[in-house]
Design a protein around this ligand. Structure first.
Ligand SMILES: *Cc1c(COP(=O)(O)O)cnc(C)c1O
Length: 713
């Protein structure tokens, strides 16, 4: 190989590391891993940092090995084919979005564990939306903020109480590229906040074919308080919040204009970005349109997705705060402060009503949707007053049920197995075809056929994944330390039982998700855990919002039980829940528990991540599971209804949970045939593949958004 060829490969790998496409390509990950296995672990799977960990000389020497160079060449060829193929679903079905893309605004995006700029499910959904938009090849641009201290890291103190700490992200070590103006300098924009001009620059994250731009106010010319505006995800109080949202909404539109991007639709993922509508109106007024003309033209450009019926999930700002922080918004539109306030009110003129970002978003969107069928119905009811409707049916809010980026969520272990089976089943197909076909119901039906995947094989994969989770959990317990005793450190290797039915629960510890619900029946659960013939065990993880003491109380309760009750060794809490922990858990657990207070779980997505791994859902009939469950593809807790009284609901749900656990889940799991296989359990896994895997993917979801909303004006 010539020196020039090596130089090309080095440049190629640097390009690859800065496009998160590699995170859903198995070979690409393994290549980075092989450059430095220990570094891969210590640097938390960061390809950019790996390329800095090895010296330029070491990299060239490694690429001098023809087999290593061949691997790199094949990956780069596949990557180049992926980003450049004209032959995509989007090219065929949504060509108009090529020149005029969808601009998708979200206060958070979760792409990868090394870029922790999301708080939870909303960000994961946004990240998965971007990845599937790329896979499908539709015109798509993302807008968010660069939080250089990200979301908090969780640690647990001596009282088993969550405490938060922050680490600084270094853009140079991340898959980020500074956004430059035509003159080669940083592109700098500005917005008006309070009586100041706040400047921002931006970082570009490459998600396959799609760019996502992250605005950053950390600029020397800004007053110190504004430099830190984008410091943390949802950081600080409502003053910080409104200011962040002005940067996101108004600044985001200005960045797109500066880049010459002409979106056909501005999609607001939750109300945080709704100030973008005011910027779009301002632009039109500046061109001579009247306020009503500008409003209706803006409305035709915008789409809004609401994500929660929980009141605290809807941003509200007082008139004082709007007058202070947002007066630039009003004055640019020649509106009096009360007129501006009215844009965020259900009852205009009602001075007692605060400014609600959801109302602003609804007011200026041509269409709005919830994220599951039930959530659509709940949202129609919730916003009847705003639309002046006499019945919920009159409210123009639809629904698109969420999904996940299926190939990206597969743990490497199964991604390799399924991809290999794919190539055996579908001869002559490329690895790019795999990404599309892995999202087809047909692939999963074929996979579910016993002649393709035998009972033994499924059961063996389940054992492999469960063991991988248990070993991961033991390693994390060692690192966590905390209030365990010295003896515990030696016994960690006996924590969790590789033969036990493993029940997982991991999500934000918002109180409506009721993390400790299963322990309401404590004595009964201890009996189940101690049943040596049919043992069960629990793995928990999750963060509470820094100001949510009730949520932190739930964490404390679970950790306390894991350390000081009879459940010790059979219940573990893994600290610092993030995408990586999520991937270990949704793959390694046998059952994924979800017991929210209905109907507050708008969709929920973590349960969708389990299917490809043969883990089954056990959930209240809320959010996506109400649509997904068909009687044979997992387990339901209680009926498709709920009492209005909350205490009553908690009591009934806890009873129903115990009932289905003891009457269905545990017996099915431990009912083994003469080969030692739980046939009925495996049959449910097959049914889940057939009915859930493709349906609850963002591949399906983004197509639905495209056909239902993006292409309709
Ligand atoms: C998937 C995911 C979520 C969302 O889970 P829900 O079931 O919707 O609560 C939150 N956080 C992380 C890290 C995730 O991976």
């Amino acid at each position: 190989m010539t020196a020039i060829e090596v130089t090309d490969l080095v440049a190629g790998l640097n390009r690859l590391a800065r496009n998160l496409w590699w995170s859903w390509d198995q070979d690409a990950q393994e290549l980075f891993y092989d450059l430095s296995p220990r570094g891969w672990q210590n640097l938390y799977h960061n390809a950019v940092a790996i390329l800095k960990e090895v010296s330029p000389y070491e990299l060239r020497v490694r690429l001098g090995d023809p087999s290593f160079a061949d691997r790199a060449r094949a990956i780069l060829a596949r990557f180049d084919a992926y980003v450049s193929t004209p032959d995509t679903w989007g090219a065929l079905n949504a060509p108009a979005l090529k020149a005029n893309p969808v601009a998708y605004f979200s206060a958070e995006f979760a792409f990868h564990e090394t870029l922790p700029i999301a708080a939870g499910g909303l960000g994961v959904l946004a990240g998965d939306h971007a990845k599937s938009a790329s896979d499908l090849g539709i015109g798509f641009v993302g807008i968010s903020l660069f939080y250089r201290e990200g979301y908090f890291q969780q640690s647990i103190n001596q009282d088993n109480w969550q405490t938060e700490y922050y680490t600084q992200l270094n853009p140079a070590n991340l898959p980020l590229e500074p956004v430059l103006a035509a003159n080669g300098e940083l592109l700098v924009g500005s917005v008006k906040i309070a009586s100041s001009t706040v400047h921002f620059h931006a970082w570009r994250v490459n998600i396959g074919r799609c760019p996502v731009y992250l605005l950053d106010t950390n600029r020397p010319e800004n007053e110190p308080m504004f430099r830190d505006l984008t410091l943390r995800v949802y950081g600080g109080d409502s003053t910080t919040r409104i200011m962040q949202e002005i940067v996101l909404g108004v600044g985001g539109v200005r960045l797109l204009r500066a880049l010459g991007i002409k979106p056909s639709t501005f999609h607001m993922n939750e109300g945080h970005a709704a100030f973008l509508t005011l910027e779009l109106i301002r632009e039109k007024i500046a061109l001579g349109k009247s306020f009503p003309e500008a409003s209706s033209a803006t409305k035709s450009e915008c789409l809004f997705t609401t994500h929660t019926p929980v009141e605290a999930g809807h941003d509200r700002f007082s008139s004082d705060l709007m007058r202070y922080a947002g007066h630039g918004l009003g004055s640019d539109l020649h509106l009096q402060p009360t007129q501006l306030m009215d844009l965020g009110r259900v009852r205009t003129g009602d001075a007692s009503e605060t400014f609600c970002m959801t109302v602003l978003a609804l007011r200026y969107s041509r269409a709005a949707n919830g994220v599951s069928e039930l959530h659509g119905a709940v949202s129609r009811e919730m916003w009847m007053n705003f639309f002046g409707a006499k019945s919920p049916e009159e409210v123009p809010i639809g629904h698109v049920t969420n999904g996940i980026h299926l190939v990206g969520w597969m743990k490497g272990t199964v991604r390799k197995i399924w991809q290999k089976k794919y190539h055996q089943l579908y001869t002559g197909k490329s690895d790019t075809d795999w990404i599309a076909d892995a999202n087809s119901p047909e692939f999963w039906s074929r996979l579910a056929d016993p002649s393709v995947t035998s009972d033994q094989e499924i059961w063996s994969i389940r054992y492999r994944l469960r063991r991988e989770l248990i070993e991961f959990a033991r390693r994390r317990l060692l690192l966590q330390g905390g209030t365990f005793t010295h003896r515990d450190f030696i016994t960690f290797d006996s924590f969790l039982n590789p033969d036990a039915l493993t029940i997982g629960f991991a999500r934000r510890f918002a109180t409506y998700k009721r993390a400790p619900l299963i322990f309401d029946q404590f004595e009964a659960v201890v009996k189940l855990v101690k049943d040596t013939g049919h043992p069960i065990q629990f793995v928990f993880a999750g963060k509470a919002h820094p100001r949510d003491d009730s949520g932190k109380g739930f964490i404390q309760k679970v950790i306390h039980l894991s350390k000081f009750s009879e459940l010790k060794g059979n219940l573990v809490f893994i600290e610092n829940y993030d995408i990586h922990v999520a991937r270990q858990m949704v793959s390694g657990c046998d059952v994924w528990l979800n017991n929210p207070r209905r109907p507050l779980e708008a969709s929920g997505t973590s349960g969708m991540k389990t299917t490809a791994h043969g883990c089954l859902n056990l959930s209240i009939m809320d959010g996506w599971w109400r649509e997904g469950y068909n009687g044979n593809n997992g387990f339901a807790i209680g009926p498709d209804s709920h009492p209005d009284d909350i205490d009553e609901q908690d009591r009934i749900d806890s009873e129903n949970l115990y009932e289905v656990l003891t009457k269905e889940v545990i017996p099915t799991f431990f009912n083994r045939d003469s080969n030692g296989i739980p046939q009925l359990w495996v049959a449910k896994i097959r049914e889940a593949w057939r009915t859930l895997a493709a349906e609850y993917s963002t591949w399906r979801m983004v197509q639905e958004y495209t056909n239902k909303y993006y292409l309709k004006r």
